[in-house]
Design a binder for this molecule. Sequence first.
Ligand code: UDP
Length: 325
Amino acid sequence: MKVLVTGGAGYIGSHVVKLLGEYGYEVLTYDNLSTGHKWAVLYGKLVVDDLADRNKLKKIFEEFRPDAVMHFAAYIVVPESVREPLKYYINNVVNTINLLEVMEEFRVNKFIFSSSAAVYGIPEKIPVPESARLNPINPYGGTKATVERILRDLSNSGKNFRYVSLRYFNVAGADPEGKIGFAYPNPTHLIIRAVKTAKGEFERLYIYGTDYPTPDGTCIRDYIHVADLASAHIVALEYLLEGGRSDVFNCGYGHGYSVREVIEATKKVTGKDFKVIEAPRRKGDPPVLVADNKKIREKLGWEPKYDDLEFIIKTAWNWEMKQKW
Ligand code: UDP
């Protein structure tokens, strides 16, 4: 079975490529290396190109003839999306349409999409089920909700197109074997910032908002280990290959931690104390995001292995300590 992976050189994509390779899938990574790295692609061929280049994409489909496509390539930084919405809509939506059109031309009809909990905005119910109303509160979430809408329409069009959309909660940690991990410039995500601060790369860690309606006033997120997220992609792929119908699944553990709890756990795991500054809220942050993960467990049989905040931080820390920058 052949799988074309866009963004396979990036943080999440590279962990999925590794697992696909271990499972014996033939993989081709299509990545413009804007944030990804050649060394992160542990299996299969890497084609360095952009999804905006439709002719190049066609050539690759013609040569590789994938059975399915996994689409990770996207911009992911919420605050940047608030400042640069068009940049986000062009890369995350327009380029996805390019990819879907080429898939249609080559009759490739199985698609796995990297969606996000950001599609929910501020959920009415926590843990949030997939059936909740989509109401993104930032452009990043808007791009993911827009693509989900397109996928639904395509799936209902009678063209035999089937997809699984995986709504990621807060992905963190690194490959437990230490071969790959996060490695993009100017990281903004909490656990990465925290371990880099523990390492001394940043002088201090800011807490963005301490007046949220949560027990300790800081935002709560459902942190999921990147290797567990990778295994969710494998079960989703198997589901589609076995003829499963289009569907949407949350990817999270079903419980969350506050920013303060993550900071305390980071200090404990790393054995380092560091300066923490309480700062104003960041734009576009919902107070609490926790997944209801019953559906993916029951329907796809997904079983997470690393539901442990300290383990997540430990793998992130081990990875970070191996890096020169
Ligand atoms: N956060 C923080 N300091 C940081 C980075 C993030 O206080 O240096 C907070 C952020 O405001 C949010 C939570 O940590 O409440 C998770 O943010 P992150 O950027 O990791 O993920 P997001 O939920 O925005 O995708």
